[in-house]
Design a protein around this ligand. Structure first.
Ligand code: NAD
Length: 325
């Protein structure tokens, strides 16, 4: 049974929720993070934290040996699509070379499982509903680097007898019901974050990029999944791949499309302020619609989402934003 888990990027938005979920299951959690976009206040007191870059193979190896790490959850990455287009070298260094170094640090150690946070951004544009077997053709530098990292993990795991779980997240939103953690980084270019920040202002304006898409209300459609559901998926997938000694790839979403306009209307509903919804032109590179088929994941872990509800997700964002402003 796995027990000692090392999380890279554990001081980040998703990493802090995964840490919380694992600690609840009485696992021992070790975090490495360089705090480039992560935050000290998101680091759980009951986890052991090391301020280290994932490129630092030797230090990571020492930690693995010292604490008998059996599983790695690799979340550390650069992930802002626009920034990736402007700074491709930075993205390759962190997401590809960083993954390579981390894997090298696991060689000939006690590590037997690795979970990797991949993304819907690796799929070819225009497929709408995607399964794990849909065509892969990342448009962005970010998507390309994450797909390269997937391949490194597959190859390494095969050669070194590790089990891997590659989780392709769709759009993550919300914050933990514990009210202790949530998304801090304002530069994250995250729809729910942008709306949460705006809704705190006196005269909130919620911007919709493109209202002429071929969708029911004209705005883009995404599959938003609550961060606490994603966190639990990590635990359940890790448990199962460890038990069965196998490797798997999963889409992580609700198999449900929600439009950006629906999200804006829900934010408007949850405040007494006068909210303006503003329509501006499309952004370059935005996909019209993308939804995850999640039947493979549901079958494998007998998953029942706990937060599959737009109103709950928006509420958790507003509570968190109120707390940190
Ligand atoms: N947020 C989303 O909607 C979403 C969607 C799909 C996939 N993902 C993936 O989930 C993972 C976590 O994303 P997040 O939203 O929590 O972002 P985040 O920026 O909050 O977390 C990333 C963490 O990694 C750390 N980090 C970055 N580079 C590092 C390095 N070289 N060495 C050590 N630590 C480093 C950062 O300091 C940060 O704490 C990423 O791998 C991302 O690609 C996120």
């Amino acid at each position: 049974m796995f027990k000692n888990i090392l999380i890279t990027g554990g001081a980040g938005y998703i990493g802090s929720h995964v840490t919380e979920a694992l600690l609840k299951k009485k696992k021992r959690v070790f975090i490495i993070d360089n705090l480039s976009t992560g935050h000290k206040k998101l680091i759980n007191r009951n986890a052991k934290f090391f301020k280290i870059d994932i490129l630092n193979k030797n230090k990571i190896k020492k930690i693995i040996h010292k604490y008998h790490i059996d599983s790695i959850i690799h979340l550390a990455a650069n992930l802002i699509i626009g920034e990736g287009e402007r700074k491709p070298k930075k993205y390759f260094k962190t997401n590809v070379t960083g993954t390579k170094k981390l894997l090298e640090a696991c060689k000939k150690t006690s590590v037997r499982n690795i979970i990797f946070s991949s993304t819907a951004a690796i799929y070819k544009d225009g497929q709408f509903k995607v399964s794990e077997n849909s065509t892969i053709k990342p448009k962005s530098v970010y998507g390309k680097t994450k797909f390269k990292a997937e391949n490194l993990i597959k190859k390494f795991s095969k050669k070194n007898n590790l089990n891997y779980g590659i989780l392709r997240y769709f759009n993550i939103a919300g914050s933990s019901p514990s009210k202790k953690i949530g998304l801090i980084n304002k530069k994250s270019d995250h729809l729910f974050k942008n709306f949460s920040v705006e809704i705190m202002k006196k005269n909130p304006k919620l911007k919709i990029y493109g209202i002429d898409y071929n969708t029911a209300d004209g705005s883009c459609i995404r599959d938003f999944i609550h961060v606490s559901d994603i966190a639990e998926i990590h635990f359940l997938v890790l448990k199962k791949i460890d038990k069965l000694n196998i490797s798997k790839i999963f889409n992580c979403g609700y198999n449900k499309g929600i439009s950006v306009l629906e999200v804006a209307r829900e934010f408007r509903k949850q405040t007494s302020k006068k909210v303006k919804i503003i329509y501006t032109k499309r952004r370059k590179n935005d996909l019209e619609k993308i939804i995850a088929t999640n039947s493979k994941l549901i079958r494998f872990i007998k998953w029942r989402p706990r937060f599959n509800n737009l109103s709950k997700i928006v509420k958790s964002c507003i509570i968190w934003e109120n707390k940190i402003r």
